[in-house]
Every structure is written in C-alpha cells, then in structure tokens.
Design a protein around this ligand. Structure first.
Ligand SMILES: [Zn+2]
Length: 147
C-alpha cells in the first residue's frame, strides 16, 4: 500500500471548518466554472466517476469530493493495525451504511461512524460519518476504480 507523503495527518481538530460553509463556497465556484465552459466540450467538464473495484457499480464521482479537517484524503490505521487511505465525499449514491453509528475509535473527532457497503456486491467500501447536521462518506480509495 502506498502512503503519499503529501497527505496531511489530522492533528488538530480545531482546524476543522463547518461542512456547510465549504459546500456553499464550492457551489459558487462550480457555477462560475459551468458558465464559463458552457461552450466547451461536454465530456471535458464531466468529472471522473468512481466505481466499486469489485463489481464496477457507480459509487460516487469526483464532484462530490470534499475536504474534511483540511484535506480530501487521509491515511489512518485501525486498532488492528490495518492502514486505510480514504477520500471524503459529500454524497455516494452507490453505497449505503449499515449498523449502528458509534464514536468508538473515530478517526474524525466529533463524528460517529458506521460501515458503508456497495449497494450491488455488498463489499465494504468505507464509513459514513455524522456530526450534528453534517455528514460525509469516507471511502477507501483502494476499493474504488475510475471510469
Ligand atoms: Zn460493488
């Protein structure tokens, strides 16, 4: 497994900013980009889709990629010593969460998590995080492939 040296580890939870704030600014930027590129080739502005590596079910797309605690991708180790590289996404229509949310060993302070599985092949793809009104998907990047 490759761990990229440029990735930012989560050290200080106070660096986090509200997800709702991020969504608003992202939406504004996207509107401008879409208006500017309206005459351009449609394929060019379409972001890459991310598929389940096991069954090629469409899970999410790069459009939904967000930064949480200052970075989109994070590398964490679970209590069993297994390292995961995850990407944060606002939405992931191709999977669903199972089990009861828990805060135990959470990688994002203040957020509860539960497992997320592919809606087609049921393989484990990551975790769904919730805190108050905000939520996101932390998907294991090694379990996804690009279209
Ligand atoms: Zn699948």
């Amino acid at each position: 497994m490759i761990i990229e040296p440029t990735e930012k580890a989560v050290r200080n939870p106070s660096e986090a900013f509200p997800l709702s704030m991020l969504q608003q600014s992202d939406a504004g930027i996207m509107d401008e980009v879409i208006q500017r590129e309206e005459a351009d080739d449609k394929i060019k502005k379409e972001k890459r889709k991310l598929l389940c590596k096991f069954c090629l079910n469409e899970i999410t797309s790069e459009d939904y990629g967000i930064a949480v605690h200052g970075a989109h991708s994070h590398t964490f180790m679970n209590p069993r010593g297994i390292v995961f590289r995850i990407g944060c996404f606002l939405n992931a229509q191709g999977c669903f969460s199972i089990g009861k949310p828990t805060a135990e060993y959470t990688w994002f302070p203040g957020y509860t998590w539960n497992h997320v599985i592919c809606s087609n092949c049921l393989n484990h793809l990551g975790w769904y995080y919730q805190s108050g009104g905000s939520s996101f998907y932390g998907l294991i990047l090694d379990q996804l492939t690009e279209k």
